[in-house]
Design a protein around this ligand. Structure first.
Ligand code: CUA
Length: 153
């Protein structure tokens, strides 16, 4: 009978859902923002480096580029960035309003952006291509459309 099949399907989905929730909770707990520098969320646009979002070549540091992102509901500034293959990049990001995520699909780049704090992540881009940057913290009606793009060329 179909009923039994549907019941099994329903129970299975529930279990899968609970496992996913469990894993994300664990994941979430083990990935706190990497830096805790306070910044006034209402003045983000005036404060360096967030007054100049984008890709900046740097000298004399352990990384080649600093990539500055400002997140707000429901977009990232800049909407797209490009960095050379093999370079070491420091991502520096914050949010002007609510908590947003900053995950680069297909890479290990994953930060939580909290209002009032600066999140940083240093990595070497060793895969060429286009990678979608997406928000993985629910932030409102536009959450699912909140994206940017990382191009490694
Ligand atoms: Cu921003 Cu979800």
């Amino acid at each position: 009978k179909y009923e039994k099949w549907w019941l099994t399907l329903g129970a299975t989905s529930l279990v899968v859902f609970l496992i996913i929730v469990g894993i994300s909770a664990f994941h979430y707990g083990s990935h706190p923002p990497s830096a805790k520098v306070y910044i006034d969320p209402e003045r983000v646009d005036e404060i360096a480096p967030f007054n100049n979002p984008g890709v900046h070549k740097v000298e004399g540091k352990d990384w080649d580029y600093e990539v500055v992102f400002v997140a707000s509901a429901f977009y990232y500034n800049p909407p797209e960035i490009e960095v050379p293959f093999g370079s070491t990049v420091k991502f520096i990001a914050t949010t002007k309003d609510v908590v947003h995520g900053f995950q680069v699909a297909g890479t290990n780049i994953n930060m939580m952006l909290e209002p009032g704090y600066v999140s940083e992540y240093v990595t070497t881009v060793d895969k060429a291509g286009e990678f979608l940057i997406l928000c993985n913290e629910y932030c409102g009606v536009g959450h699912s459309t909140m994206t940017s793009m990382l191009k490694v060329v």
